[in-house]
Write a protein that binds this ligand. Structure first.
Ligand code: DTR
Ligand code: ZN
Ligand code: ZN
Length: 504
């Protein structure tokens, strides 16, 4: 806390303040430390060191850090670029640094894009469609003022320039979801001269997503539900004109943020077990479960691990910008040379471990589609829950968290979660208790994701699972497949998600 305050006092500019800290040196700096002659780590011992009170104290501290953003955001948050996030990075760094000579710590600075929509309104004809939602990272409308024009239907899925008719210039483009990303559609609409774009869903439900990497051609873009779009499509196909207006006041800005990496000095550095959680939250709230729980679990396990020696190196990663589209983990993996990539035997993702209406969710990472070893990791988690007489469910391994870049670059991956915005079924309520028909985390991405949002029973068990996974591989990779490739079948597979945000 002392360092956080010092950090904030140094400069209001985000990363400049982080790198001016005495402990956090220039970007890519390293502090190297050595390990002592302790007993070899074991799963039982490391699990036995987990005390939920320590986790709870850390969560309370994290909420205090989130409050540092209140002046700028009107509520606690740890979104990248905020004081709450800088203080989080500082807290992680200084905690690891305080552990003496056990870890080598690296802070990795990278460029990120941060966006915020302050106000928006879409009027189609004389109606304000309820489901209209501005896309994340949308630019504002011209001069942050309403723009006006006819609503014009785009041909096909609007993924080719030729799909945009000539009368789109000065109009609001009406585009069906599908085939290419929202960002590509918005840029093509902008190139064709549209003043705004509306992408309507091709299946049930509302449509909210992200434009992703900013383009100078992007125009202000909304998502619209399938239901809300149908009447307009019929009218346009009958040749009726729908004079409309769009208004978005938003900013999209480039900032710098920081990943923190801590690697044991001890253990075989050619064979590392890596695990990660994300240090940032969404702008809407303090993110104490998402992913305060995962990052604090990592911090606590890293702290307890210092009591032991390891045979294989253990590498912890705290990613920034996960909520903006897995930015930190993507950057980290993209910067690995082939030689460095090869040293990572597997990556374990820990995002949301203490959801209040939890389920024991294991990513269903099979070797058939993922790098070989992913399935062995999945099975380690399954056995852990079974040996604790706990039920578990298998959930899709579909690119919605920081494992994505690892598995796309040949590194076996997996992880567990306690659940996000999915609805708990009756069967799951029987398996885990809690309330059927409600989200696993009813405060997911909201202001109420505070300390009170944590299920301590789930958090304790899942932290023990993390301890088990670390201890198992820190001790031995016996029975775990050798790395076979830095290529990956998953790299070819189009993913619909970048983190929690839909891209197409
Ligand atoms: N990446 C998340 C939440 C998340 C991870 N996996 C899933 C699966 C289904 C829904 C949400 C998630 C986040 O940080 O928001
Ligand atoms: Zn999230
Ligand atoms: Zn998360």
């Amino acid at each position: 806390m002392r360092l956080s305050l010092l950090c904030l006092a140094l400069s209001s500019h985000v990363i400049a303040s982080v790198i001016q800290l005495p402990l956090i040196l220039q970007s890519e700096s390293q502090v190297t430390i050595t390990s002592g002659g302790n007993a070899l780590v074991s799963s039982e011992a490391l699990q036995g060191d987990i005390d939920v009170e320590n986790l709870l104290d850390r969560a309370k501290h994290l909420f205090e850090l989130a409050k540092l953003s209140t002046d700028d955001y009107a509520h606690p948050t740890r979104v990248i670029g905020s004081k709450g996030h800088i203080a989080t990075i500082d807290y992680i760094y200084s905690t690891i640094a305080s552990l003496g000579d056990y870890y080598t710590i690296t802070n990795q600075t990278f460029d990120a894009v941060s966006g915020n929509v302050f106000e928006s309104r879409l009027v189609l004809g004389s109606h304000v469609p309820k489901s209209a939602t501005p896309m994340s990272l949308t630019p504002p409308t011209s001069n942050k003022k309403p723009v006006f024009g006819p609503l014009v239907l785009v041909d096909n899925d609007g993924c080719e320039q030729a799909d945009y008719p000539s009368n789109i210039s000065g109009a609001i483009a009406f585009i069906r979801r599908g085939t290419c990303t929202f960002g590509e559609k918005s840029a093509l609409a902008g190139k064709a001269g549209a003043v705004a774009a509306v992408i309507y869903n091709s299946g049930e439900g509302s449509l909210s997503g992200t434009l992703g990497e900013p383009s100078p051609y992007h125009v202000a873009t909304f998502g619209l539900s399938y239901k809300d779009s149908q009447g307009y499509i019929e009218d346009l196909q009958e040749g009726k004109s729908i004079y409309s207006s769009a208004y978005i006041d938003s900013i999209v800005e480039k900032i710098e943020t920081v990943n923190i990496i801590a690697q044991t000095k001890g253990g075989d550095a050619e064979n590392c077990v890596m695990l990660g959680g994300h240090s940032d939250s969404v702008a809407e709230g303090p993110g104490i479960n998402d992913d305060g729980s995962g990052s604090l679990t990592l911090l606590e396990v890293a702290t307890q691990l210092t009591k032991y020696s390891v045979n294989n190196c253990v590498r912890f990663g705290w990613w920034a910008g996960e909520e903006e589209g897995l930015l930190g983990s993507d950057y980290y993996v993209s910067m690995l040379s082939n030689e460095e990539n090869w040293k990572i035997r597997l990556f374990m993702d820990y995002d949301m471990l203490a959801s209040p209406n939890y389920a024991n969710q294991v990513y269903n990472a099979t070797n058939e589609v993922n790098p070989t070893g992913s399935e062995e990791l999945r099975d380690l988690y399954i056995k852990f829950y079974q040996s604790h007489n706990q039920n578990y469910t298998l959930i899709p391994f579909d690119g919605r968290s920081d494992y994505d870049a690892f598995i796309k670059h040949g590194i076996p991956g997996g992880g567990i979660a306690a659940g996000a915005e999915g609805v708990k079924t009756k069967e799951e309520a029987e398996m885990f208790g809690g309330t059927a028909g409600e989200w696993f985390d009813p405060c997911y991405h909201q202001l109420c994701d505070t300390v009170d949002n944590l299920n301590l029973t789930a958090w304790e068990l899942n932290t023990k699972l993390v301890a088990h996974s670390v201890a198992t591989y820190a001790k031995s990779f016996q029975g775990f497949p050798e790395r076979s490739s830095i290529e990956s079948k998953v790299a070819q597979k189009p993913f619909y998600w970048r983190g929690h945000k839909l891209v197409m």
